[in-house]
Design a protein around this ligand. Structure first.
Ligand code: GDP
Length: 304
């Protein structure tokens, strides 16, 4: 369960610069803090979260005036872990085991291309492998490719995919998928949705309609609204998080493609800024490259 490979670029390009910031210095001064601020911002931690981290470091430096490089590393690691824990209170310990509701309904949202369908396929596979009965709903009915791709994943994993084809009513697909989940006594129902952001009102209406029809079958569904973000898109991921959290009650994040980017700091910034736990991270194309986010492993990987 090592993340080293997946986060190599982030680690190499940015967090390793940390050591250099302290070269020739015997203590953490204004210059070192400026450098640190720059490193965090260029790794896409985001300005707001960066300033928060710098302020906390400053406070600790003012107490420990002769802090050296390795101590700076340690407290930075501590502060980032603390920040992540504030938003990820319940680190999921075991992989894809039984959940509280049955079926546990996950509605997956996010714009096209972020890895939404792939993430659903990987989730289905991992839930299935862990012994859960899974039903998928292909409610991204605006793209033929999305429906086809989900059916492909369903066949590969060996789980049913409820689909009415392209251009059909997404809410009706969601309704049938949840009903099928109940009928089959499924543990998990995962619903794909269209990733269109053309207008805010439209997105909001579409998602709320899908939610409403699910609730005719299961009043407290969806139990999870999972927003998928592409970690390599930096500030765009922040913008999408803003749009989707305004449109619906996102309560979990999946941040993908961290293996291809040096900007993995986005995980820290987005979780802090939106106060939503990062539940999954994608660090590659393979099924097992979708991992349950563990803040300790994540922070350790950045500083190793
Ligand atoms: P969608 O349009 O949001 O449904 O996106 P897709 O699921 O079709 O994914 C777009 C591309 O991103 C595909 O080629 C995926 O294989 C790739 N992808 C998804 N997640 C990851 C990841 O964590 N790492 C890498 N390297 N590629 C990923």
């Amino acid at each position: 369960e090592s993340l080293d490979k997946g986060l190599e670029k982030t680690k190499d390009n940015f967090f390793s610069k940390l050591g250099k910031a302290m070269i020739g210095k015997s203590k953490v001064d204004e210059e070192v803090l400026d450098e640190l601020e720059e490193i965090l911002i260029t790794s896409d931690v985001g300005v707001e979260t960066t300033l928060k981290i710098i302020k906390r470091i400053e406070e600790r430096v003012s107490v420990d005036k002769y802090m050296n490089a390795s101590e700076l590393d340690r407290i930075l690691k501590e502060e980032i872990a603390k920040l992540l824990s504030e938003n990820n209170a319940q680190d999921v310990k075991s992989y894809f085991t039984a959940t509280s509701a049955k079926p546990y309904v996950i509605m997956v949202v996010g714009v096209n291309g972020v890895g939404k369908t792939t993430t659903i396929g990987k989730l289905a596979s991992q839930f299935h492998k862990a012994g859960n009965k899974v039903v998928l709903g292909a409610a991204d009915t605006f793209r033929a490719a999305a429906v086809d791709q989900l059916i492909l994943w369903g066949n590969r994993v060996g789980v049913p995919v409820i689909s009415h084809g392209m251009n059909t009513d997404p809410a009706s697909v969601a309704y049938d998928a949840v009903r099928e989940g109940v009928a089959r006594n499924a543990d998990v129902v995962i619903i794909d949705t269209a990733g269109r952001l053309h207008t805010k009102v439209n997105l909001m209406n579409e998602l709320s309609k899908i939610k409403k029809v699910m609730q005719k079958v299961i009043p407290d569904a969806p139990h999870e609204i999972l927003l998928v973000l592409d970690g390599s898109t930096g500030q765009n991921a922040f913008i999408q998080a803003k749009e989707f959290t305004r449109a619906t009650e996102v309560n979990a994040l999946a941040i993908t493609k961290l293996d291809g980017t040096a900007k993995g700091g986005v995980v820290i910034g987005i979780s802090d800024q939106f106060k939503i736990p990062v539940k999954y991270i994608g660090v590659g194309e393979k099924v097992e490259d979708l991992q349950i986010f563990n803040r300790q492993t994540f922070v350790e990987s950045l500083f190793k």
